[in-house]
Design a protein around this ligand. Structure first.
Ligand SMILES: [Cu+2]
Length: 169
């Protein structure tokens, strides 16, 4: 059978493209560690968040020199706490879970962006430097009020941070 030279060329280029796509996916997963949403922060019972040691009273906790943990509950159609207040120049780890349906949690302007699944705790760490305000949005359609579901992350100057602010409602 005679295969035209151009056809061979196109076949070869298609194969190269496929190998290239597989290589980029492999690099993403292994090289730079891009991973799917998972329950890296552990599991919780979404119906018993009131009894959970942290999620029953979600807020900011100081866990080290310039290190903070923030427990966030997403529910139709709010984030708790709101606003979240943390001091500048710190490392902030968010533990986010949902009390009802699937939500999204994105701190606009930072690399914090995750899906929030009932029963699972998503864990994301960001560095905050200058005092600033960041909007938090839900980016998974969660019901009729989805478009109103937003929160605020307020990064205040270190001197102005008051530990009792963090979990204020
Ligand atoms: Cu939503």
């Amino acid at each position: 059978m005679h295969i035209h030279q151009y056809e061979k060329l196109w076949l070869g280029m298609s194969l190269l493209l496929i190998v290239g796509f597989i290589a980029t996916i492999t690099y993403g997963a292994v090289g730079v560690g891009v991973s799917m949403v998972d329950d890296s922060g552990g599991n919780v019972d979404p119906n018993a968040l009131d009894e959970h040691p942290e999620f029953s009273d979600p807020g900011v906790q100081k866990v080290g020199e310039n290190e903070y943990e923030v427990y966030v509950v997403a529910r139709q159609f709010i984030f708790q706490p709101d606003p979240i207040v943390v001091p500048a120049n710190s490392t902030v780890t968010f533990y986010v879970t949902s009390a009802d349906v699937i939500h999204g949690f994105a701190v606009v302007g930072t690399n914090a962006n995750t899906m929030v699944i009932p029963g699972e705790v998503a864990e994301i760490t960001v560095e905050v430097n200058e005092p600033n305000e960041y909007g938090i949005v839900c980016h998974e359609y969660c019901g009729s009020g989805h478009h109103t579901m937003e929160g605020l992350l307020r990064v205040v100057p270190e001197g102005e941070y008051n530990a009792s602010d963090g979990g204020s409602q």
